[in-house]
Design a protein around this ligand. Structure first.
Ligand SMILES: *Cc1c(COP(=O)(O)O)cnc(C)c1O
Length: 385
């Protein structure tokens, strides 16, 4: 099936055969039939009806759809994108291991790589993701994991997934990609050879700014390994979030296609505006990796970043004057949101880390929602006037 049809029908076999909408299982625990059944439930991986931290039928239904969307064997739902990311990373590395990652990552991922892993005896080398040779040079005999994110948050830099996957695979190194910005509609990292695909489902997959969830997708063996860590670290999701996520997923294709089309139009308009110094958007010909974007993405996503000519104060003025675009973190919802990235990161990252991630004082990240193209451009026009 095409991904659009999968979004509507892909979970049918995993749910209640007759119910058109999913059935919610709020129960935290389940009765066993007898001693043998109890022993089986307690000791088999990923039971759906044993204890809710281990698994849940509503979650299993959403996980079956998410796995198919990413063309992977299995998926595992988490309490948040960071729950998925942290659990995956911790399941793959231990003291003495080396990790290769990017300069530009989501803030929480950067904190995991630079503050938490080093305390556990894991060394991390971060490279310029636009330079495949830099990944090749960073790989070592003790490298256990390569962490990727494309397009990256918030500078929209791309990683050549096939090239990095090949480098890692030939040395037996696991690869993990955060696919939150692209969504499986634009890019399926597993098709390029990536082992583990992670999302913040809070963003496009959920799509309505009313849930927090994460997901990890991969081969059955690898996801079972991640699950062994998930039940100990405890970032488990619940039936209500899973239900909301499934409801959001039904319209994923419609939402991301519209948002990407409007983002392209807005990026094109902003790039020509006299008060804008630069627009970062993979769909623009001015994006330094536009040809990679064309090869690796089916559309260019709904997030762009702009740099104002007036730096910090011009960026803050713009945010204060926007009327439709809300001044709030997060992305991937029906409403357009914009933030000053450096302000959002100040509390968790050092000024050097912020600069290394390519985030300048005038950089504003815009997550384009589902408003009309004309209304959004008018909003930016009045705010920049
Ligand atoms: C938001 C985000 C995360 C973290 O997800 P949460 O659901 O907020 O924990 C991770 N990666 C990217 C690219 C994100 O945008």
């Amino acid at each position: 099936m095409d991904i659009e049809s999968l979004l509507v029908h892909g979970d049918r076999a995993a749910g209640d055969a007759a119910a058109v909408a999913p059935v919610l299982y709020p129960s935290s625990t389940y009765r066993a039939r007898d001693a043998a059944h109890f022993a089986e439930l307690a000791n088999q991986p990923r039971p759906q009806r044993y204890y809710a931290r281990y698994g849940n039928p509503t979650l299993a239904q959403v996980e079956s759809l998410l796995a198919q969307l990413e063309n992977c064997e299995q998926a595992l739902l988490f309490a948040s994108g960071m729950g998925a990311m942290a659990t995956c990373v911790l399941s793959q590395v231990g003291a003495g291991d080396h990790v290769v990652a990017q300069h530009s990552h989501y803030m929480g991922t950067t904190a995991l790589l630079t503050r938490i892993l080093p305390r556990m005896g894991v060394t991390v080398t971060r490279v310029d993701q636009t330079d495949t040779a830099a990944f090749a040079a960073a790989l070592r005999d003790d490298t256990a994991l390569v962490v990727l994110e494309t397009p990256s948050n918030p500078t929209l830099a791309l990683t050549d997934l096939a090239a990095v996957a090949n480098l890692a695979r030939s040395r037996g190194i696991t690869t993990l990609a955060d696919n939150t910005f692209a969504t499986p509609l634009a890019t399926r990292p597993h098709d390029f050879g990536i082992d583990l695909v992670v999302h913040s489902a809070t963003k496009y997959l959920g799509g309505h700014s009313d849930l927090v969830a994460g997901v990890a997708c991969g081969d059955a063996g690898r996801i079972e390994q991640v699950w062994q860590y998930a039940i100990v670290l405890g970032a488990c999701s619940n039936a209500w979030e899973a239900f909301l996520l499934l409801r959001g997923l039904r319209t994923l294709a419609l939402r991301v296609e519209r948002s990407a089309a409007t983002a392209l139009a807005l990026a094109f308009w902003l790039e020509r505006h006299p008060k804008i110094a630069r627009v970062h958007y993979p769909g623009l010909e001015s994006h330094p990796q536009h040809s990679l974007a064309r090869a690796q993405m089916r559309h260019f996503g709904g997030v762009l970043a702009l740099e104002t000519k007036g730096g910090y104060s011009a960026a803050q003025d713009l945010l204060a004057r926007l009327k439709l675009a809300g001044h709030a973190v997060s992305l991937g919802g029906v409403e357009t949101l914009a933030i000053h990235a450096a302000s959002a990161w100040e509390g968790s990252l050092t000024p050097e880390q912020i600069a290394q991630a390519g985030v300048g004082a005038g950089l504003v990240r815009v997550a384009v929602g589902l408003e009309s193209e004309r209304d959004l451009i008018e909003d930016f026009a009045q705010a920049l006037a």
